[in-house]
Design a protein around this ligand. Structure first.
Ligand code: SAM
Length: 213
């Protein structure tokens, strides 16, 4: 049973969740990178992140940030084509992060519109297929000797640019989740065990206290 303070904190976080901002991790293979990306995603208000992984699952979470997985839903797709099709069907513009001459500076993108950022594997980067399917390629300009950033650093740089734009546009000042999603997530975050049991039994969640949920 959450304390009233805990419930208020959960509501405050949910009030700022951005259902139209997300990441797609394409074969990000190191658990600490995977978890660090989810942690940054949580910090900017991502509700649900996406991944494709050769194992069909996800890399095991690094212990130091394992807890964050509770607050960012993760949808695993069988392959990058279906992941991007899913995002486009839901109205996301898809931006592939790529160190290519045709990529545009990541700050030129309008992240106040529905946006999904594709992040590539540590070794191979974003695949040619993902780049082809994406709406645009974006790059963080590299002015030093190193060719690229660590993938979780690149994710943070781009996600916090999205946060900056969304703060300026007032997108964190009003609830962005539809009421049914708000109620569902509120219940799952406040009563995770109970939520699991009700799902298994195929029963609906009861409402949680007062407020928008
Ligand atoms: N050899 C790979 C390549 O050429 O793409 C390097 C991959 S890099 C270490 C891993 C991932 O971090 C990239 O796929 C991309 O998602 C992200 N990344 C790293 N540096 C970046 C930059 N300067 N701009 C955009 N994304 C970057």
């Amino acid at each position: 049973m959450p304390t009233p303070e805990r419930l208020a904190r959960i509501r405050a976080v949910l009030d700022r969740r951005q259902p139209d901002l997300t990441v797609l991790m394409e074969n990000v293979s190191k658990p600490h990178n995977f978890s660090a990306i989810l942690r940054s995603a949580d910090a900017v208000g991502v509700l649900e992140a996406h991944a494709v992984h050769p194992t069909g699952g996800v890399p095991t979470h690094h212990r130091s940030s394992a807890g964050v997985a509770k607050w960012v839903y993760l949808r695993v797709h069988p392959d990058v084509g279906s992941a991007i099709a899913h995002l486009k069907d839901r109205g996301f513009a898809v931006y592939a992060t790529r160190l290519s001459p045709s990529a545009v500076d990541y700050r030129e993108v309008d992240y106040t519109r529905p946006a999904a950022v594709v992040l590539g594997s540590e070794k191979w980067g974003v695949s040619g297929e993902a780049a082809r399917l994406a709406d645009a390629e974006i790059v963080i300009p590299m002015l030093g000797m190193a060719q690229s950033l660590n993938v979780s650093v690149a994710a943070a740089v781009i996600l916090f640019e999205a946060q900056r734009q969304r703060l300026a546009a007032g997108l964190y000042d009003r609830v962005r989740l539809d009421p049914a999603t708000y109620r569902r997530v509120l219940f799952e975050w406040a009563y995770p065990e109970e939520a699991r049991r009700l799902r298994v039994e195929g029963r609906p969640y009861p409402p949680v206290g007062e407020g928008p949920g």
